[in-house]
Design a protein around this ligand. Structure first.
Ligand SMILES: Nc1nc2c(c(=O)[nH]1)N[C@H]1C(S)=C(S)[C@@H](COP(=O)(O)O)O[C@H]1N2
Ligand SMILES: [Mo]
Length: 319
């Protein structure tokens, strides 16, 4: 499965700055402009090479892509179009409202049914566990999606460190509660702090990530700094941001969304194009940055890695 964790191999001459993670075609166009403007200069071999390639190969080959070949969304899209109700219910308002959020010092308490409970500083988590890049699709239940190059480490590696007891069946995650800084937490409509949960085998799955970065940069508050969960085969609301506590337990945890609207948001929330949300069809989705809708994939395209987890469940009954 290593192919999931690596960006598409590229030559160094094709690397573009973070602000312009362009598709290959766009890159070639951009390079063409440069080559054109310095046509008589002898010092533009890379641009010249790319330009000549464009005449023989117009295929879109993105610099960052998922394992299905979908180009990653831009850094701008990923960091400024966000669901984060602690700050705002308006996706474009989250980035400006969260930009000065205090993310250091920060600790994550891992507690409950474990042999070695421990409170980790985020800097410990970064140094203790192998950091990886994983380019994942994120599918929101509102039927939009993105492709995001995360940096982080597997939740399984953290669990190995704290040693869950044989009684532990679930994980309960909690977001920080800090209403002075998170004005949305003043809203009486939601049972703050945000909580989420996973079954322990879901948490141990190799895909399940604790993310601390995006595109190689330290994660921004709008994406859940300093540390957030990423569970790519489930609807985005499972991927809880700004985690301060992880509790191992033998009871299925309540989650913020299943408390607010139990008929709309289930515990499992596996991406499933065949089971509609009461207010939205889940059959297709709008990839941010694209003009035409695309079909939603079962388990968001990660069935090979996770379908076994649900072998004895009737998925049509579960939202
Ligand atoms: N604490 C917290 N975590 C959260 C949310 C939130 O409002 N608060 N929104 C969720 C939803 S609905 C989605 S789609 C993803 C969005 O993640 P992104 O903004 O990094 O793309 O975060 C999830 N995690
Ligand atoms: Mo979402």
């Amino acid at each position: 499965m290593t192919h999931l964790y690596k960006s598409v191999p590229i030559r160094s001459s094709e690397i573009t700055p973070k602000e312009v993670f362009l598709s290959r075609r766009d890159f070639i166009k951009a390079a063409g402009v440069i080559a054109g403007s310095v046509a008589l200069a002898a010092c533009a071999p890379e641009a010249a090479e790319s330009t000549s390639e464009s005449t023989t190969n117009d295929e879109v080959r993105p610099v960052f892509a998922d394992e299905l070949g979908n180009p990653a969304n831009t850094y701008e899209e990923i960091t400024t179009y966000n669901n984060y109700y602690e700050f705002s219910t308006n996706k474009e308002a989250v980035a400006p409202l969260s930009k000065d959020f205090t993310t250091a010092p920060w600790t994550v308490e891992v507690t409950g049914m474990v042999n070695k409970p421990k409170t980790f500083g985020v800097e410990d988590l970064l140094s203790m566990f192998t950091q990886e890049e994983r380019i994942y699709r994120l599918r929101c239940v509102e039927a939009w999606s993105m492709v995001i190059p995360w940096n982080g480490f597997s939740l399984a590696s953290l669990l190995k460190e704290v040693e869950p007891t044989s009684d532990a069946q679930y994980l309960r995650f909690e977001t920080v509660y800090r209403p002075e800084e998170m004005k949305g937490q003043g809203s009486p409509f939601y049972p703050w702090p945000y909580q989420e949960g996973l079954r322990i085998d879901e948490a141990m799955n190799d895909l399940t990530l604790l993310a601390t970065g995006v595109y190689g940069e330290t994660i921004l508050p709008s994406n859940g700094a300093p540390i957030r969960l990423v569970v790519p085969w489930k609807y985005g609301f499972k991927s809880i941001k700004s985690i301060v506590k992880i509790e191992l337990t033998d009871v299925r945890p309540n989650t913020l969304w299943s408390t607010v609207a139990p008929n709309e948001y289930g515990f499992y929330a596996n991406v499933n194009p065949n089971v509609d949300h009461p207010r939205w069809s889940q059959a297709s989705e709008r990839r941010i940055g694209e003009l035409t809708r695309r079909e939603t994939l079962m388990f968001n395209g990660y069935g090979e890695q996770v379908a076994d987890l649900y072998a004895d469940m009737d998925l049509s009954l579960h939202f």
